[in-house]
Design a protein around this ligand. Structure first.
Ligand SMILES: Cc1ncc(COP(=O)(O)O)c(C=O)c1O
Length: 311
């Protein structure tokens, strides 16, 4: 299993590049210099989509799956950029290569761009691609990874999927951020949001899974179809653990044997408290531990990962 906990060192001689490299306006620059216009509708209206892949120990993890989702999201939002899929992949590799990072968080963004003066017509904006590689970041702090996350189920509802399609990865996070503040106020460290019917959806940057009597379930709708969620489901299949993708009622959390979150920013992560109460015995469970171990093992498997073109 890969070394977890302490982030591995970046192997770069260039200290100025250690915090990352961006591609913006057709050129590469240090991340600190990557700026967008305040008139870009990506900023003014959250009119953008994005995707986040990661590099672990010098290898991209499931980059194709991230590119598939990014292309699907752009098509659904009617965003078009001059770069094709191969060019996007090359830009991502180049950001990582130039950064020298071996554990990296690699983001690609397509914004609507700046509209013509006075125009409110989104068809008249030039859509643009931005990409960057920065050091790998975790949703959970090191102590939370060991003991599991303490979440609160917030009263604020997730934006309905009929309004904003959650399968398009997006920056409509006001509900999630308000939920986070509610969680902090109630003694939690992170948050899960319900939908209008009271079913669990997701948290800020992660999907959620419930383990009960050997069966693993995750919400079917109102969520981003996370690549790590897919990985967890595929790992369950490999381990012959039965899974269900279905509505998950809020009260299933308290009754669960184990809960875990999934995200590119950290992989599979135990949740051990919900609304102040312990999940199971209050410690990360054995099913979660098996999945975490296999997930990190897959990072060196050529079927799941590809080497970065460091040159
Ligand atoms: C709202 C939301 N749900 C779930 C996820 C997890 O998706 P993935 O596993 O592809 O990182 C993310 C990732 O940022 C997210 O923003």
């Amino acid at each position: 299993m890969a070394k977890l906990g302490a982030e591995t060192a970046e192997t770069t001689a260039d200290a100025s590049a250690t915090s990352g490299v961006a591609f913006i306006d057709g050129r590469y620059c240090p991340i600190a210099e990557a700026k967008i216009s305040v008139l870009d509708w990506g900023f003014l209206r959250s009119d953008a989509t994005y995707d986040v892949a990661h590099v672990w120990q010098g290898r991209f993890f499931r980059l194709d799956a991230h590119l598939d989702r990014f292309e699907r999201s752009m098509a659904k939002l009617r965003l078009q950029i001059p770069q094709d899929r191969a060019a996007i992949a090359e830009i991502l590799h180049e950001c990582v290569r130039r950064s020298g990072l071996h554990d990296a968080y690699v983001e690609m963004i397509c914004t609507r761009g700046v509209a013509r003066a006075g125009s409110r017509d989104p068809r008249q904006a030039d859509n643009r691609l931005i990409a960057f590689a920065i050091p790998f970041g975790w949703i959970l702090r090191p102590e939370e990874r060991d003991r599991g996350l303490n979440v609160v189920v917030a009263s604020v509802e997730r934006i309905p999927p009929e309004s904003v399609d959650p399968t398009v990865k997006n920056y409509h996070w006001l509900d999630l951020v308000q939920g986070l503040f509610e969680a902090y106020d109630r003694g939690g460290e992170n948050v899960l949001l319900k939908d209008r019917d009271g079913h669990i959806t997701e948290g800020p940057g992660f999907n959620v899974f419930v383990v009960r009597d050997g069966l693993v379930a995750t919400p079917d709708r109102g969520v981003l179809e996370g690549i790590t969620r897919r990985s967890a489901l595929e790992l369950c299949a490999e381990l012959e653990i039965p899974t269900e993708i279905r509505p998950v009622a809020a009260d299933e959390l308290a009754a669960a044997d184990e809960l875990f979150a999934t995200s590119t920013a950290g992989g599979i992560m135990p949740i051990t408290r919900v609304d102040g109460a312990a999940v199971g015995d209050g410690r990360p469970g054995p099913m979660t531990a098996r999945l975490i171990a296999l997930y990190w093992d897959k990072h060196s498997d050529p079927a799941w990962s590809t080497p970065v073109a460091y040159g």
